[in-house]
Design a protein around this ligand. Structure first.
Ligand code: CA
Ligand code: CA
Length: 588
């Protein structure tokens, strides 16, 4: 932003460098004493230029002035105060500008009394005045914020994360460390991590000028490298800067999932058979307890993580034989899930479907930066293994007249005698399906300028984004839970038999529960984007600015399914911008 006096002075633009030097001496001697004037104007080069200029400005006075300054520094200015000053103040204030004009004649382009000075050779214990620069830009920013000043930085390499927050502070580079003259050279700012520049919540004007801002490659999985973040700020200008974002980091792989290694429940055993519990020939009726039927094994249902209810098939009830009646055994039931015929082999669960890969190349932007939310889907849970069917009950039988043929159909001829076959064993429970694998996370972004709900102007700058991070690989699904073991059929003990025929039958064992199916693998994460200028709400105004985008990160490598989507590569990405009447983005 130029003011009218600068325009007037620009007529002398060819002479400005020399004027700034030559004119600085009288003003400097009064204003800042020996500090700036001695350094700035004492150099032979400045003196020479002063001499050259003097042809147009009144002869030998200039040469004398230059010579005197070279020898005696700024103090000589006082002794020559009778000379007409060669610097004519056009303003009481002076903002560092593209023509480097010292419009208030205090010896430098800028306002000595309105700035904190930063030099690599300074000290953060210093007060930041011209002769006592601080060492880090960020400390300079803090001092400047307290005093409502700007920051002038001389050439060198700094590792600051520059943060301008709430109080507007402008930062001007391009200064020479020896005499605080200015050039188009840029001060390098390259922190080890994080953004080189953050401007957040500043309503008043902020100018960032002649800096080379470089953010390092992101190191942590899924993190982004953002060169400059401008957040919720009202009037930010980036001028004469280069901004280079490092590479986004690769996305986090899907977390490993754990299989359940303990087997599903074993089927319950059937009741043992009962012998003739109350044999009294022609006598007492057996007690009711003695006549209780022997039941099959029966344990209650369990529920798998996918909601399936599981139960081994209940064993059959043993047969019953008394003096007056004969009841044959019942069959075991089928398991749940299962539905197989009783005591047939249960079927294992099926492998589940793989998760869906991330399809979007851009995750999400927030006031805090980029979030790699383009995560691959979770794999499905494996199918539940079938439960084994229950074993049938045994019949009540007894060796009878040396023949088996009518063993189960003949009543027992002694009154009061009771025989009960053993209960069948319960089938083993089916194993639950393994949990699905987790999706790979998205890769980090590389974004040179991230503008969040801010009014941003970029002029004469060069902005570059690097490669986005690769998407994360998914994890495999977990193995299914092993199926449960069979429940044993009840034993026939005590027995009452001959050498060839059991008196009372044992219950059958149940069938094994089958293993659960493995979970499906997760989906691959999407690649991180490479975007030079991202902006939301307001499109930045860009003039004479070059944009160079790196490649989007490749998607993560999928298991079974396809890879994740690659990250996008764009010079500009404008999200939800409104038309506020300002000129559109230069690259649109
Ligand atoms: Ca100026
Ligand atoms: Ca000045």
């Amino acid at each position: 932003m130029r003011t009218a006096p600068w325009v007037l002075l620009s007529a002398f633009s060819l002479l400005t460098g020399a004027i700034a030097s030559a004119c600085s001496s009288p003003g400097a001697s009064a204003g800042v004493g020996a500090i700036g004037a001695g350094g700035a104007t004492g150099e032979g080069g400045s003196g020479g230029e002063g001499g050259a200029l003097s042809d147009e400005h009144g002869g030998a006075a200039g040469a004398e002035s230059g010579g005197a300054l070279a020898g005696e520094g700024g103090e000589s200015g006082a002794s020559t105060s009778s000379e007409p000053p060669s610097c004519v103040p056009a303003s009481t204030s002076d903002i560092p500008d593209d023509d480097f004009l010292d419009s208030n004649c205090d010896g430098i382009d800028g306002d000595v009394s309105h700035a904190i000075f930063v030099s690599p050779s300074g000290s953060d214990a210093a007060d930041g005045t011209l002769g006592k620069p601080v060492q880090t830009i960020q400390h300079g920013v803090e001092l400047a914020a307290a005093g409502k000043q700007d920051v002038y930085v001389c050439m060198g390499e700094y590792t600051d994360n520059i943060v301008v927050s709430k109080d507007a502070v402008s930062v001007f580079g391009g200064y020479d460390c020896s005499d605080w003259s200015r050039t188009n050279a840029r001060v390098k700012v390259a922190p080890a991590s994080g953004s080189a520049l953050v401007v957040r919540g500043t309503a008043a004007a902020v100018v960032i000028d002649r800096l080379e801002l470089r953010s390092a490659d992101a190191a942590k999985a899924g993190e982004s490298s953002i060169g400059a973040m401008i957040v919720d700020s009202g009037a930010v200008t980036l001028s004469g800067v280069t901004i280079t974002a490092g590479e986004g980091a690769a996305g986090k792989p899907g977390a490993a999932v754990k299989a359940v290694t303990s087997a599903a429940p074993t089927g319950a055993s059937g009741d043992d058979a009962g012998s003739q519990c109350n044999y009294i020939d022609g006598g007492v009726v057996p007690s009711p307890a003695c006549q209780t039927l022997r039941t099959g094994g029966s344990r209650g249902t369990v529920t798998c993580p996918n909601g399936d209810r599981v139960r081994g098939g209940v064993g059959g009830t043993g047969g019953n034989k008394t003096y007056t009646d004969i009841a044959l055994h019942t069959s075991g039931e089928s398991g749940l899930p299962g539905g197989k015929a009783v005591n047939q082999k249960a079927q294992p669960g099926k492998i589940a479907a793989a998760g869906v890969p991330a399809s979007a190349g851009f995750g999400e932007a927030t006031a805090g930066g980029y979030l790699p939310t383009n995560i691959g889907g979770e794999g499905s849970i494996g199918a539940t293994g079938e439960s084994g069917g229950g074993g049938g009950g045994g019949d009540a039988c007894r060796y009878y007249d040396n023949t088996l043929a009518d063993c189960k159909t003949q009543r027992w001829y002694y009154s009061g005698a009771v025989f009960m076959g053993a209960g069948g064993g319960q089938g083993g429970f089916g194993g639950c399906g393994g949990v699905g694998g987790k999706g790979g996370q998205g890769g980090g972004a590389s974004i040179a300028v991230f503008s969040w709900r801010s009014k941003l102007t970029i002029v004469h700058s060069s902005l570059t984004s690097s490669a986005g991070g690769k998407g994360g690989a998914p994890s495999a699904g977990a193995a299914g839970q092993p199926g449960g073991a069979v429940g044993s059929g009840g034993s026939a003990s005590p027995t009452d038999h001959s050498a060839t025929t059991p008196a009372i039958e044992k219950g059958q064992d149940g069938a094994n529960g089958a293993n659960g199916g493995p979970g499906g693998p997760g989906g691959a994460g999407g690649g991180g984007p490479s975007i030079v200028v991202f902006a939301t709400l307001y499109a930045p105004t860009m003039t004479a600015t070059t944009l160079s985008a790196g490649p989007g990160g490749p998607g993560g490598v999928g298991i079974e399914k396809e890879d994740g989507a690659p990250g996008e590569s764009n010079e500009t990405k404008l999200v939800d911008v409104i038309d506020d009447g300002a000129a559109g983005a230069g690259s649109q």
